[in-house]
Ligand binder design. Structure first.
Ligand SMILES: Nc1ncnc2c1ncn2[C@@H]1O[C@H](COP(=O)(O)OP(=O)(O)OP(=O)(O)O)[C@@H](O)[C@H]1O
Ligand SMILES: [Mg+2]
Length: 497
């Protein structure tokens, strides 16, 4: 293993009411993939923002080669060869994919449009995704934005490449492409710092794993000589049994039916969702699942086909109308669509439901508080107070607020778009149990997920979408990763890992 390229020594970062990092020290070696694991709010993103010069520590040193810094500026970090793929996208929405990739590079500013597009195209080809280099980033789905973000960072030949949950919006095939790229970089001697809540990924790609908890260093292990239970134990500081709830209850009558639904890029989609059922919606990135969810809740136009609730045709023209029909959507893009970042936690959780039962302002405050406190405890939302603005929470904790908000609105039909994306393993268990409880009460869940284990573990049936159409439906007896992937890729799936 290579020599040390980056050391952190006694890094501390304090925010009002929160110690994000406490006397944190760690060495990174040349040519290693070093994974960092920790619960939501453990301090992972803060750590990498300090390395990237985006956040200034209160104490400690960053050593790179034989230079030592009390803090770095973003320019310094970049000139030292540090590149970051942020958890929250860092792209310019009104520029094209190609422009985003080339922006700020030496060649970028003067490069011809054609050259930029060629470069972008070559990078997208490595991922085997068909992203139009000329497409504006704001028009791309989250998964494709993530690939643009990755392409941007890898095109800059970094010495230290930091990835903060790069695979959160990706599905299995894209993850494999990313891993191929990572291995290539490792061979070239690049150090990769890799943050993910998907523990199986850490075993697939990392050489060492460091676990942190509450802003502190807990342990570093050689990946080869540790196990999943050991890592989880170090991370949550207690025994945690991982298991999917046993789905024994048979689903009831049909509550939501789609008949030949066409719109927003999807065509002729038909399926039924039954009462008390968890129906998984599988597919590769860009298959059209999020687009379909938007059509169902009226956020995108239904061009033809019909939707029926309890056997009666309905027309839904806005998410608000959807809510009045008892359909709630937990969106994929939590930051832009899921919550009001400038408002506090309590307000966000109670906003949709208190509007619904429209009560007076005084009772409202009290109810709001009770509701929010309940969900904060249930979801283990980590924050100093319920008055904390959502934008100051860690990525995973923002996701928990969005989940709480939709659950609090008590819909009969819930559409979860990637429910556990970015959520740590401990809370994930809580969410699975909650989903199981909800369906026992007769609530139906349509679950879009790119997490294969979750899809197979939680669904009663799985509908696979490919290129905007239903490629097939799997019953529980027929569930397997292979079956899903084959349908999703039109039968052309080959295992590469
Ligand atoms: N600008 C800020 N102001 C106040 N508190 C902050 C700020 N940024 C981060 N924090 C807090 O610092 C702690 C660590 O946050 P951080 O984003 O580093 O967590 P994380 O390990 O990346 O979590 P996740 O897995 O959810 O992404 C959290 O409690 C978070 O709320
Ligand atoms: Mg984070």
């Amino acid at each position: 293993m290579g020599e040390t390229v980056l050391s952190l020594e006694g890094i501390t970062k304090v925010y009002p009411g929160v110690v994000a990092l406490k006397d944190f020290s760690l060495d990174f070696r040349q040519g290693e993939v070093h994974a960092i694991l920790g619960e939501n709010g453990a301090g992972k993103s803060t750590l990498i923002k300090i390395v990237a010069g985006a956040v200034e520590p209160n104490a400690g040193f960053i050593k790179i080669g034989d230079q030592s810094f009390a803090r770095l500026s973003p320019q310094q970090a970049r000139s030292l060869g540090i590149e970051v793929i942020y958890q929250e996208f860092n792209l310019m929405p009104s520029l094209s994919a190609a422009e985003n990739i080339c922006y700020g590079q030496k060649t970028g500013r003067f490069a011809s449009q054609r050259a930029m597009e060629r470069k972008a195209k070559a990078l997208f080809d490595e991922f085997e995704v068909a992203i139009d280099p000329r497409a504006l980033v704001r028009n791309l789905p989250a998964s494709q934005q993530q690939i643009v973000e990755i392409a941007k960072a890898v095109s800059r030949s970094a010495r230290i490449l930091i990835m903060d949950e790069p695979t959160a919006p990706l599905s299995i095939a894209e993850v494999e492409h990313l891993f191929k790229l990572i291995r290539k970089f490792r061979e070239l001697g690049t150090t990769i710092i890799y943050i993910s809540h998907r523990i199986d990924e850490l075993f697939a790609i990392s050489d060492r794993v460091t676990v942190m908890r509450d802003g502190r260093f807990v342990a570093t292990r050689e990946t080869e000589s540790t196990t999943r239970p050991e890592l989880i134990n170090l991370m949550v500081g207690r025994e945690l049994k991982e298991a999917y709830p046993e789905r024994t209850r048979a689903p009831g009558e049909t509550v939501l039916e789609l008949r030949g639904v066409t719109g927003n890029g999807d065509s002729d989609i038909s399926f039924e969702l039954r009462s008390g059922e968890i129906l998984g919606l599988a597919g590769l990135v860009g298959a059209g699942r999020t687009e379909l969810a938007k059509v169902i809740v009226g956020a995108a136009r239904l061009e033809s086909g019909r939707m029926l609730i309890d056997g009666r045709p309905v027309s839904i023209r806005s998410p608000r109308e959807a809510l009045s029909h008892g359909i709630g959507l937990i969106p994929e893009n939590r930051k832009e669509e899921g919550c009001f970042l400038e408002m506090d936690i309590g307000w966000n959780i109670s906003f949709a439901s208190l509007r619904n039962i429209s009560i007076g302002p005084i009772v409202g405050r009290k109810k709001e508080k009770a509701l929010a406190t309940g969900y904060r405890d249930l979801m283990r939302i980590k924050a100093p107070t319920l008055e904390q603005k959502v934008k100051l929470l860690s990525g995973g904790n923002q996701q928990k607020v969005v989940l709480s908000k939709t659950l609090a609105a008590k819909s009969r039909i819930l559409i979860f778009d990637e429910p556990t994306r970015g959520i740590d393993v401990g809370t994930r268990q809580d969410i699975y149990r909650l989903m199981d409880d909800l369906t026992r009460e007769g609530i139906s869940i349509l679950m879009i997920s790119s997490d294969m284990e979750e899809l197979l573990g939680m669904s009663d049936r799985i509908v696979v979408i490919a290129e905007g159409r239903v490629a097939g439906t799997l019953e529980r007896e027929g569930f397997s990763q292979r079956a899903v992937l084959e349908l999703a890729s039109g039968g052309s799936y080959k295992e590469t890992a």
